[in-house]
Write a protein that binds this ligand. Structure first.
Ligand SMILES: [Ca+2]
Ligand SMILES: [Ca+2]
Length: 318
């Protein structure tokens, strides 16, 4: 190859590397700037506004449940739900702390791992912990989720990013690293239950039977803007999880149904033994990877595995 051609190729390659580095560093600086200015509380408590403070009444109705974007969302089927009350936000760290203080409850992620029930676990997963999103510098495709999900011993609701992290000054953030039975225990303590998938989806559809399911990435929800998982543009103002209620509520007055954290439902996931259906997508849902920021979207979640993109809210029959 001619020397001038080699030199030109070298210059082009160097320019591409510099451009990529510029975009990366700029994104990182922007993320750091935003994370230092994000609010720690968006919503003030409202007491006594309903028979069930902190909850919203959802009228019953009949609708076509499901969606058609991903195979697991179909087939569309007619479903009826009775009226119910639902927490207007995801359950917060402060609310969960109140439960733990009153009951001494220990979450699944804080207990010794049952290795008899889960034979063959790698050594680090034999210690109590949770699965934590760790933003990678680079990825080789998006098929292998272990490129951004890491099991971190010592991660739990008190230390959601691992043992060196805490929930200090995060009272108004939704609680994470909650296994299914932890969510159920909290709900029972409050005299409530977890929503069914149909209740959750009906509430996320604002109890409107005839509205077409939205497809676009919502503006009023904490999701991921940019190329997941390597470029987080944070156009919605939040690098990671947001305090509850930072975005406009839906027409029923429910906050963060879509985005922020996925939410547990009681429905068993048909094709994955031991898994429950989770709904709503999270701050990690991006147009290039997980278009699950829609009411009809769903995902299986192992009931006893705590992860930090998943929380919950409770419901109550009238
Ligand atoms: Ca975001
Ligand atoms: Ca949510």
């Amino acid at each position: 190859m001619k020397r001038w051609l080699l030199a030109a190729l070298f210059i082009l390659a160097a320019a591409a590397v510099l451009a990529a580095a510029f975009v990366w560093l700029r994104g990182g600086r922007e993320a750091a700037r935003l994370s230092s200015t994000e609010p720690s509380q968006c919503l003030s408590p409202i007491a006594g506004e309903t028979p069930h403070p902190g909850m919203v009444r959802v009228e019953g109705g009949t609708f076509m449940m499901g969606d058609t974007l991903y195979p697991e969302e179909g087939p569309l089927r007619e479903v009826s739900v009775e009226a119910f009350w639902m927490d207007r936000t995801e359950v917060t760290n402060a609310e969960f702390a109140e439960f733990v203080a009153a009951t001494g409850y220990v979450t699944v992620a804080e207990r010794p791992v049952d290795t008899a029930r889960h034979p063959g676990l790698p050594p680090e997963m034999q210690k109590p912990g949770a699965v934590v999103f760790v933003m990678p510098n680079d990825v080789s495709g998006t098929g292998d989720i272990s490129q951004w999900w890491q099991y971190i011993p010592g991660a739990n609701w008190r230390h959601p990013g691992g043992p060196d992290t805490s929930i200090e000054e995060r009272d108004h953030f939704p609680v994470t690293a909650i296994a299914y039975e932890d969510a159920q225990a909290y709900a029972a303590w409050k005299g409530r239950v977890l929503p069914t998938e149909a209740q959750w989806e009906w509430a996320a559809r604002e109890a409107k039977a005839d509205a077409p399911p939205p497809r676009a990435q919502p503006r009023e929800a904490n999701t991921w803007q940019g190329l997941f998982p390597v470029a987080n543009n944070t156009e919605d103002g939040f690098v990671g999880i947001a305090p509850v209620g930072c975005f406009e509520p839906n027409a029923l007055g429910l906050y963060d149904m879509i985005g922020n954290l996925w939410e547990w439902t009681v429905d068993e996931y048909e094709t994955v033994p031991g898994a429950r259906v989770i709904k709503g997508g999270s701050w990690l849902c991006a147009p290039n990877y997980c278009l699950r920021y829609r009411p009809g979207a769903r995902q299986p979640q192992e009931a006893d595995l705590a992860t930090t993109h998943l929380g919950f809210r409770t419901v109550l029959a009238p």
